[in-house]
Ligand binder design. Sequence first.
Ligand SMILES: [Zn+2]
Ligand SMILES: [Zn+2]
Length: 162
Amino acid sequence: MSHEDYFKEAGVEAQKAECLRDKCGAVVVLNGEIIGRGFSSPAGGLVLDKNGESNRKCELNLITSAKPKSDRTCCVHAEWRAIISALKQKNDTQNLNGSILYFTRVDGEGNILKSGEPYCTVCSRLALDNGISYLALWHESGIKLYNTREYNELSYQFHQKN
Ligand SMILES: [Zn+2]
Ligand SMILES: [Zn+2]
């Protein structure tokens, strides 16, 4: 599979997002195999009521100016879920060494949206801490794989500039 194919898989995850703000998805790929998947949605185990509605609630209304700049969103990030799902599958954090995390957003029709600069220091630290080797974003200028340490530094620099 190509990088584009993995972004499409991240887009499939993003279409499941329950967040009212953004539909985000991510996959973790190791040696060509998808070992983790995630989408943005509220924290809490998913339970559906008899109408098939989720019990989880996006806390978009709770975002205030006091929310840290590193995490302005309301829900569990797709990347956290993908990393945690990969760890559960591998059962050993060291095994994530060499893996690539692909992240994307989709619009209401499920089309992949091009990403801006790296800025989420929460995700960059979690990826770094668990041995993810590269973070992949699809920019207007094309697909870019960032070394995780570089991505982490760029994310901090983003907040110095903005
Ligand atoms: Zn949300
Ligand atoms: Zn994040």
